[in-house]
Design a protein around this ligand. Structure first.
Ligand code: ZN
Length: 96
């Protein structure tokens, strides 16, 4: 009974199912998860911090680096959030 058309359709549904699973994984990573962490506000989840630049010896240097707010994880743990809140309120003297 296996016609070529039936075989092709079965493969199509397999491919669609595989794609759905991939999408499912991506979506789960992008959505807030209930593990006590939240997306980093310093790097938008990339883990890379894009500095606005600093003046070093009178020379302006822009920089990128591992995000200091999440340690490059892209998400902040409750501990990170607490530390960043303190940093924002007591250390940082410029606004984003
Ligand atoms: Zn970050």
């Amino acid at each position: 009974m296996d016609s070529y058309a039936q075989q092709a359709e079965a493969e199509m549904w397999d491919a669609i199912a595989a794609q759905d699973r991939e999408y499912e994984v991506e979506r789960r990573e992008a959505e807030p998860v209930d593990d006590g962490t939240e997306p980093c506000d310093g790097c938008n989840g990339s883990g890379i911090y894009y500095g606005r630049g600093a003046v070093v010896n009178g020379v302006f240097k822009g920089f990128t680096g591992t995000c200091y707010r999440c340690g490059g994880k892209g998400r902040q743990t409750a501990k990170d959030v607490k530390r960043n809140r303190y940093y924002d309120n007591h250390v940082r003297r410029f606004t984003a």
